[in-house]
Write a protein that binds this ligand. Structure first.
Ligand SMILES: Cc1cc2nc3c(=O)[nH]c(=O)nc-3n(C[C@H](O)[C@H](O)[C@H](O)COP(=O)(O)OP(=O)(O)OC[C@H]3O[C@@H](n4cnc5c(N)ncnc54)[C@H](O)[C@@H]3O)c2cc1C
Length: 380
């Protein structure tokens, strides 16, 4: 059963329904095979891009969909209900365009943003390093100025779309001044010296390629720096506030799908002469799952509405990421329980959902780091 949404107007209802019909046709049928084979479904991103679904939150002036986050996130949720990997990919693409949109000059935006939002290109976001995940200010990848160019050397770990993307938003050190010594660059994938290491072998989300990007004397013109030297970390972290809302919506879509599969199964499976959903012990488990999904959605929507209204939303974005991903972990784990032994096999998708939910508590800032953001804001 699709999520029951209260959209602000008819146009947004149509957009979410259109998104659902596209993913039902183009994505849902093949996704189990894609995940089982660890394939990267590049063509799906082109299909979504041509339908305008890769650029929803960006202004129409640059080829975006001009949608508020309240709407974009609900469309994203529908994509993620069919495939968490693709949902994460759409969110990461939006994140990789964010630096140019917020910190780029008008000239930089006019020049590159329309292509990045056209739907044909795919972006990636390079912040983490092997020794610098939760603490990105410890990064070592360096960009050294050489005349009109920067020369980048180092390795950016865990890059979603690593080796598949067309452009990389890269944070690299331009001075030794800790978090103030980092700058942000937009690096095209075909720049000489930029290569991808072998993809990681992951517990789940296998349809989303993750790889370390290696920078070996990668030369890029100074005009590809976004913002001033030293502004890279604030640009990266501001992007993460919005990115965390994306992950919150993806986790909610995943949880909704797990709930739907569990309810359908519980209506058909019988024990002791009746459908298992009729046993109060199991019906209440499903009720708790439903409460977790609906409250997750309400939490990310509350944060999105603050963002859309131009209000500070960093704490609310962290709360949404924390609540939605923890709830997705609980709901997907309980979905396995509802299906009993069948839930523990690959004959049903719920074991995959459970593996996919786990990573959402880890990336875009672990849920411990979300608590850090929330508690620091409270202490202010
Ligand atoms: C599938 C996947 C895709 C990813 N995609 C991207 C991407 O596209 N771009 C990108 O830049 N990164 C990406 N990442 C990296 C991700 O953001 C990091 O893995 C994450 O930030 C955690 O960093 P870490 O793995 O180094 O863990 P660590 O920082 O080593 O943390 C280990 C543990 O210590 C805890 N911890 C650390 N510091 C504190 C603290 N101060 N207080 C309490 N607990 C703490 C953490 O919560 C965690 O439980 C991806 C990761 C994965 C797994």
């Amino acid at each position: 059963m699709p999520a029951e949404r209260l959209m602000p107007n008819e146009e947004s209802t149509d957009l979410v329904e259109l998104t659902r019909s596209i993913v039902d046709k183009e994505l849902r049928p093949g996704i189990a095979g894609v995940e089982a084979r660890s394939e990267f479904p590049r063509q799906v991103f082109r299909t979504l891009g041509r339908a305008g679904l890769m650029s929803l939150p960006y202004p129409e002036q640059y080829g975006g969909g001009g949608q508020p986050y309240e709407i974009y996130l609900q469309a994203l949720e529908e994509i993620a209900s069919a495939s968490a990997s693709v949902g994460v990919g759409v969110s990461v693409h939006a994140l990789s365009c964010f630096g140019l949109f917020t910190a780029g000059t008008d000239e930089q935006k006019d020049r590159w943003l329309p292509d990045m939002l056209s739907g044909d290109l795919l972006g990636a976001y390079c912040l983490s390093e092997a020794h610098a995940g939760s603490d990105p200010a410890a990064m070592r990848t360096r960009a050294v100025r050489d005349g009109d160019e920067y020369v980048i050397n180092g390795a950016k770990a865990w890059t979603t779309h690593g080796g598949e993307a067309d452009f990389y938003k890269v944070m690299a050190r331009t001075s030794d001044d800790g978090g103030r010594g980092i700058s942000c660059f937009l690096v095209p994938a075909d720049t000489p010296g930029l290569t991808a290491d072998s993809p990681e072998h992951k517990m789940g989300l296998r349809g989303s390629t993750t790889a370390t990007m290696l920078f070996d004397d990668v030369r890029i013109p100074v005009e590809r720096r976004l913002g001033d030297e030293g502004q890279g970390l604030p640009i990266a972290l501001a992007g993460l506030d919005s990115g965390r809302l994306g992950i919150a919506a993806v986790a909610t879509g995943l949880a909704q799908e797990a709930l739907d599969v569990a309810v359908q199964y519980a209506k058909q499976r019988e024990s002791f002469g009746k459908a298992i959903i009729e046993h109060q012990g199991l019906g209440f488990l499903l009720a708790d799952m439903s409460a977790a999904v609906e409250s997750a959605r309400a939490t990310y929507l509350a944060a999105a509405r603050r963002k859309d209204a131009g209000l500070p939303f960093s704490r609310q974005a962290s709360i949404a990421k924390l609540v939605c991903t923890d709830n997705a972990m609980k709901v997907t784990t309980d979905a396995v329980q509802v299906l009993g032994g069948a839930g523990y096999t690959t004959d049903f998708p719920v074991e995959r959902f459970m593996r996919e939910a786990k990573v959402m508590q880890i990336f875009e800032g672990t849920n411990q780091i979300q608590r850090l953001v929330i508690s620091r804001d409270l202490a202010r």
